[in-house]
Every structure is written in C-alpha cells, then in structure tokens.
Design a protein around this ligand. Structure first.
Ligand code: ADP
Ligand code: MG
Length: 216
C-alpha cells in the first residue's frame, strides 16, 4: 500500500472552504457570542477570512508553511479580539513541522498530526489556557489528542480524522456545563452555564473542513 499523502492542493482548498465557512456561519457564531461575550465572534472571523480571500491568489503557490503563515498573519493583523491572535497563531505555526518542504511536496499523515499539534500548542501558550476553561481548546485539545492516538494505532488517516472531529464535537458540547475561566465569558460566572462557547463552536467547524477535504 502506498503512503497516505496530503498534497498542497488540499491545504489550499481547506483555506478556500474556511473563507466560505466564515461567511456562512457568521451570524451563528455571533449569536453564540452574544449570549456569553460581546457578540462579535462571527464578525471577527468574517473580517479575517475576507482579508485572506483578498490575497489567497498571491500566496497559493508558496510552500504549505509559507502559505499558512500568510493566512495566520492576515488573521493576526486584521482581527481584533482574542480569536484573531489565537487563530492567527494557529495558522502561523501550523506549517512549522513541514518547514523544509517545497511548494510541490505533500505531507504524510504523521506530519499532518504534528502540524495540528503545533497549531494547538501555540493557542495554549498564547491563551495561557487549557481545557475546562470554556474556550476553543475544549474542542481542539481532545480532537488533536484523539488524532494522535488513532495515528499511533494505525487507523487510516480519514477515519482517524473523523474520530478526532467527533472528539472535538464532544468537547464543544462539554463547554455548555463549564463556567469560563478565560475570555469575556468569565465575567458571567454561573450565568454562562447552558451556553456553548463560540470559539469552541468555530473550532469544531474548522476541524470539520479539514476532515471533509481529506482524500479517502
Ligand atoms: P473576543 O472574546 O475578544 O470578543 P471573539 O469573540 O472573536 O473575541 O472570540 C471569543 C473566543 O475566543 C471565545 O469563545 C474562546 O473560545 C476564545 N478565547 C478567548 N480567550 C481565550 C484564551 N485565553 N485561550 C483560548 N481561547 C480563548
Ligand atoms: Mg467576542
């Protein structure tokens, strides 16, 4: 059996789909943020990905690392709020594990796992946060831990990513019962109970885009 490879095209298509997602889900993410934050999460993502969409044609021939670095920089530069810098850093660090690869080189499943871990590690670091604080990490951390575990077990890539997405969704659901200890929802205390975290919701949909585009 030949090795599973994710080509550069995959990584470009993911970003194209995230541009669409940010528009389609803008109202939903904003509605979630209206309940426990300041009602701008959907707007923030939309501003960021519109900036990405303006420049994607000029970056798409770069290496995966440089392409994702530009995406991350656009989010960091254009988006206020906490999610801009956090998602910006995620994309900036995403390509680091494959930084030596040229624009025509794809990545193995093992490398893809490392890329996800690299992105999530920087969110933890910059957010000074971890799971159980009612943030995007409640989605990202279990998803990436599941991805790593399935990879180590030898589960085929797409099936492993499906399990990772499911673990992320379970993490998202868990945010309903968490009192926030990071981000704006902190101020609400117990009143945040019953509400999903907006960043955890967008993270789950972003992971699903990575999954949907994976070849079998
Ligand atoms: P802001 O909170 O500045 O208005 P957004 O509304 O765009 O920014 O994003 C809010 C989301 O950012 C939250 O739902 C949460 O998931 C995430 N978030 C906020 N602070 C942190 C943090 N310190 N670590 C991880 N995620 C965080
Ligand atoms: Mg907000």
């Amino acid at each position: 059996m030949s090795e599973y490879i994710l080509e550069k095209d995959y990584f470009v298509k993911v970003i194209r789909d995230l541009i669409v997602l940010a528009e389609d889900r803008k109202d939903y993410f904003t509605e979630l943020d209206s309940a426990i934050g300041d009602g701008d999460h959907g707007i923030n993502l939309s501003i960021g990905f519109r900036e990405v969409s303006k420049n994607i044609e000029t970056w798409k021939d770069d290496s995966i690392k440089d392409f994702y670095k530009e995406v991350g920089k656009a989010l960091l530069d254009k988006v206020g709020g906490s999610s801009g810098p956090l998602y910006g850093s995620f994309f900036m660090k995403f390509g680091i594990p494959v930084k030596t690869k040229g624009p025509d080189e794809g990545v193995t499943f093992g490398e893809f796992v490392e890329m996800m871990e690299s992105g999530v590690a920087v969110i933890k670091k910059r957010g000074k946060s971890t799971t159980g604080e009612k943030t995007m990490l409640d989605t990202f951390v279990p998803a990436v831990e599941t991805l790593r575990a399935e990879y180590e077990k030898g589960t085929p890539a797409k099936e492993a990513m499906a399990k990772a997405v499911e673990a992320g969704k379970a993490g998202l659901e868990s945010t309903r019962n968490i009192v926030a200890t990071k981000g704006r929802a902190m101020r609400l205390g117990e009143r945040a109970i019953g509400h999903l975290d907006p960043g955890a919701a967008s993270a789950a949909e972003i992971l699903e885009v990575f999954y949907n585009n994976m070849p079998d």
